[in-house]
Design a protein around this ligand. Sequence first.
Ligand code: SF4
Length: 434
Amino acid sequence: MNFFIYTFGCKTNTYESESMSRLLSETGRYRAVSDYVSADVVIVNSCMVTGESEKKAAKLIRRIRRENEKACIVLCGCMPQVIGEAAFGTGADVICGNTKRADIVKAVDSYFEKKTISRDMKIFRVEPHLKDETFELLAPDRYKNLTRANLKIEDGCECFCSYCVIPFARGRVRSMPPEDVFKVAGDLVNSGHREIVLTGINIGMYGKDLGLSICDAVKAVSEAGAERIRLGSIEIDLISDAAIEELSRIPGLCPHFHTSLQSGSAKILKRMNRRYDPEEYMRKIGLLRSSFANASVTTDVIVGFPGETEEDFNDTVEFVRRAGFFRIHVFPYSKRNGTAAAGFKDQIPVEIKKQRVAALEEVAAELKKNFLTGQVGKTVNVLFERSSGGFARGHSENYVEVRVRTEEDLKNRIVSVTVSGVDSSGDFVYGNIG
Ligand code: SF4
């Protein structure tokens, strides 16, 4: 039978979708196809971070049902893990959580077995996260369409930021033992991946359950032979000064740090239950920059958090200017049921949120152009991802997109490039090989 997986959300979800695809294909009874119209099974791997992502999953299921009526539709991931049986309201046939991703094969098999008995068969497989739950080892063999390979090393979060539903969706921290990190990373390297991206729900908490730290995971990947190692999003308060120093000595670690700021206002950070103040954040990114040459820092900011005044918002704008971020992902605050902030009285009107998103995105574009301009004249190592139309494009170690004019197919090659200029779009730079 043909199957198709549609993935919403984060790199961890991408990793889990690739792993589910491998498990289904290995049975010999299921074959991956490239669209949902010709699939017998369509799996929607959902995300719960914002109200938008929840709505998009429901809308997609309605469209699949219209365009492929006979398909068995599976809704899995963070959305059913949080809303449970209410997920059947989307019209899906099979509902799976994110505790046991490997159960996807059993769930789909049992749907077809039981379908022979009753036409409107529904399967529900959502189990609660348990206190003593351990890390579920899933491993894609390789990423067919990606040059960089995601490697999920951690699951769960115990921070309970007041706006965030993820701890309810993902449970307590579970870490992949370093010997498995070494093995899976080795498999990805042997299958041709030259860069490995360490991902998880909160990788800064990696090892909390094993008495280890993120440094141990990075070392295991480096020892497995990865030429480049990139950290996924990491919380600034969870990387100590000592860890930064230790990380700076591990060969191959890319000088790019995505660390969510969320707000530049100390008052709002407190209300968000974030575990740092603006000055401590600034000190830490300063330390990252002094420990890694030509480092880039990218971040996320939520605007329109309940109680955010014009003055608080201006604090954020002033802070991001001072921090000189390479990129800023700007999100309007999204109320999530079950979170502390959903109960806060002073919610911000949508119109104000929109204005603040627009204003901050303008500043973000300016800061990005400044950062890219600062790369001109520098020599960087670019991992090329594709070649077309006389150009090859890829990313440098500090995650700048670089394009060079060449007829040669540089896909999956790491080449030294001298940056020559910034494109007028302000999105990438040009360079010359050598
Ligand atoms: S650190 Fe905060 S924002 Fe990040 S997953 Fe955990 S609770 Fe959510």
